[in-house]
Design a protein around this ligand. Structure first.
Ligand code: F6P
Length: 319
């Protein structure tokens, strides 16, 4: 193998740049040529591809976003789009590809492998919702962004004796909500993986209120319901002064934490290593601090589970 490619796809996540750097430098270390594909699968279809050198990835390890840009690409979900992508890879003499992204990006990688093009997936998403890895690149940074925000909201919540509903990202995944809620002592954590009742949310609030607690924090993952609607319902049922903050895309930006930079460096380099070992159709991950690889189709077929012990603990500690 002489020439490989790398792209980032789907929602960006802090640490993607560190992963690109690791792929590029590890490839060059092993005397491979490395090509960057810009704008994810959309750029692949359009042939937006350029050779990368050691210096191309200088000064990016600490930057959020992705220097290769990213996109969500509907066309690549079609056979025609996939064939166009493979034609471009062949035109540039690229023999294998590293895809950095979330589950949607992994589906594209799986399709490429099915069509005979060796592809490896690196899990990069703030959602931490990929099976086959304990952590995804960007989760730790997003979590710290959320915690910083909640700490600030807590100050004003205390001053005004208010209840705050904080909506965090996670359309189908509750890890950001669960971890930030536990780290910030939220009264209730509402996540898409678990049913909840407004009665329970209200009861917890009122119990705290009756023992003299003047402010409360409720963290809700966007996939579990609208923060605005939940806040309205709380106000209606309790008459407590309630405010809502939707944190939105600030969760996706910012300089990656040390953990994310190290994780991205390890996973990016490992992706190149297993390509050189002749593997394809795999995703790389980290389990109990050991680098692992799994078949992408296998990882995609297993839904990521939240840690039930953490969810239970969050309830036990917010009595
Ligand atoms: O998958 C990452 C993520 O940030 C989710 O948490 C969120 O639901 C989604 O992307 C938002 O996507 P977009 O930026 O395309 O609106």
């Amino acid at each position: 193998m002489k020439r490989i490619g790398v792209l980032t796809s789907g929602g960006d996540s802090p640490g993607m740049n560190a992963a690109i750097r690791a792929v590029v430098r590890k490839a060059i270390y092993h005397n491979l040529e490395i090509y960057g594909i810009y704008y994810g699968y959309a750029g692949l279809i359009n042939g937006d591809i350029k050779k990368l050198e050691i210096g191309s990835v200088g000064d990016i390890i600490h930057r959020g976003g992705t220097m290769l840009y990213t996109a969500r690409c509907e066309e690549f979900k079609t056979l025609e789009g996939q064939k166009k992508g493979i034609e471009q890879l062949e035109k540039f003499g690229i023999e294998a590809l590293v895809v950095i992204g979330g589950d949607g990006s992994f589906r594209g990688a799986e399709k490429l492998t099915e069509h005979g093009f060796p592809t490896i997936g690196v899990p990069g998403t703030i959602d931490n919702d990929i099976s086959g890895t304990d952590y995804t690149i960007g989760f730790d940074t997003a979590l710290n962004t959320v915690i910083n925000a909640i700490d600030k909201i807590r100050d004003t919540a205390t001053s005004h004796e208010r209840t705050y509903v904080i909506e965090v990202m996670g359309r189908d995944a509750g890890d950001i909500a669960l971890w930030s809620g536990l780290a910030d002592g939220a009264e209730s954590i509402l996540i898409p993986e678990e049913n909840y009742s407004m009665n329970d949310v209200v009861q917890r609030l009122m119990k705290g209120h009756e023992r003299g607690k003047k402010h409360s924090i409720i963290v809700v993952a966007e996939g579990a319901g609208s923060g605005v609607e939940i806040a309205k319902e709380i106000k209606k049922r309790t008459n407590l002064e309630t405010r809502v903050t939707v944190l939105g895309h600030i969760q996706r930006g910012g300089s990656p934490t040390a953990s994310d930079r190290v994780l991205a460096s390890r996973l990016g380099a490992y992706a190149v290593e297993i390509l050189l070992d002749g593997k394809a159709g795999k995703m790389v991950g980290i389990e109990k601090n050991v680098l692992v690889s799994h078949d992408i189709d296998d990882a995609l077929s297993r839904k990521h589970q939240i840690d039930q012990t953490m969810f239970k603990l969050s309830k036990e500690l917010s009595i």
